[in-house]
Every structure is written in C-alpha cells, then in structure tokens.
Design a protein around this ligand. Structure first.
Ligand code: HEM
Length: 232
C-alpha cells in the first residue's frame, strides 16, 4: 500500500486527534477567559437566531447518526433486527432531514458573516475560515448521502469507513479499507478531521462548555448609552 495512503488514513487522522486533545488541554490551562463562542448577537440578531437554531437542531441528531453508523457494527444492527435495507432507508431519510437543517443553518450563518458588513468586521480570519470549513463539511456530507450513495448504490460505508474508523480508535488502523471509498466521502472525512484539529484554537471550543446554566440564569441586559447612543 502506498505511503500516501498510509499517511492520509492513519498518520493524519491521529495527528489531528492529538492536536485536538493536547490543544484542548493547553487552552483550558492557559486561556480559560478566551474560552468562548464570541457572540455577535448584539450586532445582528435575526439571521443569527434562525441560522443558529437550524444548525444546532440539525447537528445534534447528525452527530448521533454518525455515532450509530460509524460506531455500531453492521452485524450488531442485524442482530437487533435492523436489516441493511431498513438501516439505509432510515439513514437517508432521517439523516437527510437533519442534514438539510444543518446545511440551511450553515448557509444562513455563512451568508450573514460575509454579507453583513458589521458582522464581517468583527470576525477574525479564524471565524471566517471555520464558517467556510463547516459549510464545506456539511455540504460534502449531504452530497455523499444523497448523490454518491445514489450513483454508486453498491457502496456501503459501513463495510469500509466504519470499519476503518473503529480500527483507528482501537489502535489497529488499516488504511487499505479506505482505498476504494468514493472521493466525496474522502473529502468529507478529511475535512471532518481537520475541523477537530482546529477546534481548540477557534470559537468551536465552546462545544466543550455547553452552557447548561444558560437556560436558568437571568438574561444579560444590553442598553443604549444616553449620550453616545452606543451600546454598553
Ligand atoms: C471526522 C469524521 C467523520 C466521518 C468519518 C464522517 C462520515 C460520514 C458518513 C459516512 C456520512 C454518510 C452517511 C450516509 O450516507 O448515510 C456522513 C454524512 C454527513 N456528515 Fe459526516 N463524518 C465525519 C465528520 C463530520 C462532521 C465534523 C460534520 C459536521 C460538522 C459532519 C456532518 C455530516 C452531515 C451533515 C452528513 C449528511 C447527513 C447525514 O447523513 O447525517 N460529518 N458523514
């Protein structure tokens, strides 16, 4: 097997995961005050609320779909009475429904960040990059689910990608499992690993501090300054 294959499907994913874990520990120890999603709500609210809501409502089931599809072996699913046909119907219909919500949310959030001047000005290069990356990942995921699966019906990611990723986590990596995987899936997965590596150094770090007390705490009041009209 080629060195490139070995690098792409073994070394690179492990590198991304190491950067992800070490980066999170480093950021937690040295930059707790900067650990935030940097809200831009006070600049523009309408598009943020719709886009954010769609994205977050979509991404949670998509996440659990990934855990089930990648983590649970096909034989276990069959033993539970879920046939391959039933699984794929579920994965395509349910996956696409929430995938569409995620994609629509990302489109709104990206358009907002680039098209609204004040939001763009407040955004760092990393904010813009993360936005584009997420949009590309979600788009490639949807493309693979709807187009690639349709064009190459004999391809079943649970025989290749799922076995490969479980091998990575069990420290028995086998890059050859990825050789015949269609390109759209490959791009989706590589970008997916990159975003993990970027996570500790970007606003995505907020995923690991889900503000559960947010629902209960009293709201923060933004009010206009009388003399300048500026918000404080
Ligand atoms: C890093 C490892 C990842 C792997 C191995 C992976 C794998 C997959 C696979 C195999 C599919 C196709 C599912 C099907 O055909 O039914 C898929 C779809 C999808 N993925 Fe990923 N993915 C990864 C990361 C991500 C990330 C980080 C995101 C979002 C930020 C994401 C979002 C999606 C979406 C929206 C879909 C389409 C809807 C769905 O089927 O749930 N993926 N992914």
């Amino acid at each position: 097997m080629s060195m490139l294959n070995q690098f792409t499907w073994v070394i690179l994913p492990y590198l991304c995961l190491v950067v992800f874990i070490v980066g999170l520990i480093y950021r937690y120890r040295y930059d707790q005050f900067g650990w935030t999603a940097k809200s831009s709500e006070f600049i523009e609210k309408k598009h943020l609320v719709i886009g954010n809501w769609l994205f977050h409502i979509g991404i949670v089931p998509v996440f659990f779909g990934h855990v089930a599809g990648l983590g649970i072996p096909k034989t276990w699913m069959n033993a539970l009475g879920v046939s391959d046909h039933l699984y794929h119907i579920g994965a395509i219909y349910i996956g696409s429904l929430f995938g569409f919500m995620t994609l629509a949310g990302m489109l709104i959030l990206t358009a907002r960040r680039f098209a609204i001047k004040t939001v763009r000005k407040l955004s760092s290069a990393s904010d813009l990059f993360v936005n584009v990356m997420l949009l590309a990942i979600v788009f490639m995921g949807m493309y693979s689910t709807l187009v690639t699966n349709y064009v190459i019906p004999e391809f079943d990611y649970r025989d290749s990608i799922s076995v490969w990723i479980r091998g990575l986590f069990m420290f028995t990596p086998d890059a050859s499992l990825m050789t015949n995987v269609p390109l759209s899936f490959k791009i989706h997965i590589l970008l997916g690993f990159f975003i993990f590596a970027l996570c500790p150094f970007t606003r995505l770090v907020h995923i690991f501090s889900v503000p559960l007390n947010y629902v209960q705490r009293s709201s923060i009041l933004y009010r206009k300054h009388r003399s300048t009209g500026h918000k404080n």
